[in-house]
Design a binder for this molecule. Structure first.
Ligand code: GLN
Length: 458
C-alpha cells in the first residue's frame, strides 16, 4: 500500500531519490513471516520508513543529494537505520534533501527540487524536505531526517507534520554523512509526537561506532507519553513554559499567532507561561554560519575524487591537482562550494580568532542563556520554528544570507545541543492555508520532557 501511495504522490512531489520496491516488498514479507511464526513483531514491525539520503544504507545508493556521490553505494548501514530495521521497520527508499544538508528548501539538491504536498508551487523546507513531504503526503507514517541547524524542525513546520530533533548524542551519528559533526543529529519526521517517540526510542542509545553517542539507559519515551494520557484534564500542572520573546528575532503574524494559540492551549492543560529573554539568541545565526561551514570544510575534504567521489569530467585529468580541483569544482553544488569557501576562510590564519574563535564564544553564550532560563525555573521554551510559512520555490535563489537569517530560531538549540520538537500549530491564511508549526525546547537530555509537552497539546 505504501508503494502504491508513493507511486501516486511522486509525479507531483519528487520526494524520493531511490526506491527499491523489490527489497521493500521482500523485507515486508519477511516481517509478515516472522509475525506469523510467532517471532519478531518489534515495535516497528512492518512500518514503512523513508530514510534521508545522507544516512548510509548497505546496498542502496546513498548520495546526500550530491553529484559527487551519484554512484555511491555504502558497504554498511547507519546505526539509526539498522536499529529501526531490527525493530521491524521496512525501508521504502531514500529521500531528497539539500546537498549534504546545506539548505532550507530542498532546492539545493543535485537531482532537482521536492515540492510541498500542501501546495506544489512552494518548497517543503529543508534540508530534510523529502522526508517531510513523504510523511505529509501519507506515503510513510514516519521518516528519518537529520538536523544540524533546523533541518528536521523547519521542514516539519512547512509540511504540517511533527519533527523531533534529539539532544546531541542521543542517537548515534554512525553512518550519517557528516556536515557539521558537533551539531549533526539524526531526527524523526512523523504524523504525531507519539509516533516520533516510538521510532526515536528504538534508535536511541550508546554505540561503539560513535564516541559522542550517549551511553547509559535510554528513558522509555513512549511510556512517558502514556502517563500524560492518564493524567486527566491538567496533565501539565506545575510545568513552567517560557515564551521566547525578543523583537530582534522577528516572525510574521501567522507564526506569532501559532505561538499565542499554543500558549493558550498549554495554559488550558495546567501549565504556567511567562516571557523569557535569551539576550544572546540574535547572534546565534552568525555564529552558526561560521561554525557549521568551518566543520563542513573539513568534513567535505574527503570528496576529492581520490578518497571518495565520482570524478565526472575531471576523470581525464593528468595530474592530482587538476583531478581534485576538477572533482570538487565540477561535482559539488554552488551552495556546498560557498560553505566550503566560507569555512576555509573562517579557519585561515589571521581570521581564525576573529571569526571561528568568536563564534565559539557566542555558542557558549547562547548555551549559557538557556542554562539561565532553566535555572530560573523554566521547564521548556516555546517559540516559532520559522519566521513564516513555506515560501514559493525560487524565492531564496538570489538571497543566500536572507535564507540563513530565517534559521534564527532553529539554530540556537542546535548550538547548545538541546532536544527540540516542532509541532503543527495553525495555518497561514495569507498563503492559502499553509501549515505553521511551533517549537518546544528543553534542557540537554530532557528529550522525554519536550515530547511529553508536545504530545499533551497535540
Ligand atoms: N538551514 C541550515 C543550513 O543550511 C540547517 C541545515 C541542517 O540542519 N542540516 O545549514
Amino acid at each position: 500500500a505504501a508503494l502504491r501511495r508513493l507511486a501516486a504522490a511522486e509525479p507531483s512531489l519528487s520526494a524520493f531519490l531511490t526506491v527499491d520496491a523489490a527489497a521493500a516488498l521482500a523485507a515486508a514479507r519477511a516481517v509478515d513471516a516472522d509475525v506469523a511464526a510467532g517471532r519478531g513483531g518489534g515495535a516497528l514491525a512492518g512500518v514503512p520508513l523513508a530514510v534521508k539520503d545522507n544516512l548510509c544504507t548497505a546496498g542502496l545508493t546513498t548520495t546526500a543529494a550530491s553529484a559527487v556521490l551519484a554512484d555511491h553505494t555504502p558497504a554498511y548501514t547507519a546505526t539509526a537505520v539498522a536499529r529501526a530495521v531490527a525493530a521491524g521497520a521496512v525501508v521504502l527508499g531514500k529521500t531528497n534533501m539539500d546537498e549534504f544538508g546545506m539548505g532550507s528548501s530542498t532546492e539545493r539538491s543535485a537531482f532537482g527540487p521536492t515540492a510541498n504536498p500542501w501546495d506544489t508551487t512552494r518548497v517543503p523546507g529543508g534540508s530534510s524536505g523529502g522526508s517531510a513531504a513523504a510523511v505529509a503526503a501519507g506515503v510513510t507514517p514516519v521518516a528519518l531526517g537529520t538536523d544540524t541547524g533546523g533541518s528536521v524542525r523547519q521542514p516539519a513546520s512547512f509540511c504540517g507534520v511533527t519533527g523531533y530533533k534529539p539532544s546531541y548524542g542521543r542517537v548515534s551519528r554512525h553512518g550519517l554523512l557528516a556536515y557539521a559533526s558537533s551539531l549533526d543529529t539524526v531526527g524523526v519526521l512523523a504524523g504525531s509526537v507519539a509516533d516520533a517517540a516510538v521510532l526515536a526510542g528504538v534508535m536511541a542509545g550508546g554505540d561503539g561506532f560513535d564516541p559522542t553517542a550517549l551511553d547509559g539507559p535510554v528513558p522509555d519515551l513512549s511510556v512517558d507519553l502514556a502517563a500524560v494520557d492518564a493524567a486527566g484534564p491538567s496533565p501539565l500542572a506545575g510545568l513552567t513554559v517560557g515564551i521566547v520573546s525578543d523583537e530582534r528575532v522577528a516572525v510574521d503574524a501567522a507564526a506569532a499567532a501559532a505561538v499565542e494559540a499554543t500558549a493558550e492551549t498549554l495554559r488550558g492543560l495546567g501549565a504556567t507561561t511567562r516571557p523569557v529573554s535569551l539576550p544572546r539568541l540574535p547572534a546565534a545565526v552568525a555564529a552558526y554560519y561560521v561554525l557549521a561551514p568551518a566543520e563542513a570544510s573539513a568534513n567535505l575534504a574527503r570528496y576529492d575524487g581520490l578518497r571518495y567521489g565520482s570524478r565526472g569530467a575531471a576523470a581525464g585529468s593528468t595530474n592530482v591537482a587538476d583531478l581534485v580541483a576538477g572533482t570538487r569544482g565540477g561535482r559539488l553544488g554552488d551552495e556546498t562550494r560557498r560553505r566550503i569557501l566560507l569555512g576555509t576562510f573562517a579557519l585561515s590564519a589571521g581570521y581564525h580568532d576573529a571569526l571561528y574563535g568568536r563564534a565559539q564564544a557566542v555558542r557558549a553564550a547562547v548555551a549559557a542563556d538557556y542554562a539561565a532560563a532553566w535555572a530560573a525555573g523554566v521547564d521548556v521554551l516555546l517559540s516559532a520554528v520559522a519566521p513564516a510559512a513555506a515560501p514559493r520555490r525560487g524565492a531564496g535563489d538570489a538571497h543566500p544570507t536572507a535564507v540563513y537569517a530565517a534559521d534564527a530560531l532553529t539554530v540556537p538549540p542546535s548550538l547548545a545541543g538541546l532536544p527540540a520538537v516542532a509541532v503543527p500549530a495553525g495555518v497561514d491564511v495569507a498563503t492559502g492555508g499553509m501549515p505553521v508549526g511551533v517549537q518546544l525546547v528543553g534542557p540537554r537530555g530532557e528529550d522525554a520532557r519536550v515530547l511529553r509537552v508536545g504530545h499533551a497539546f497535540q
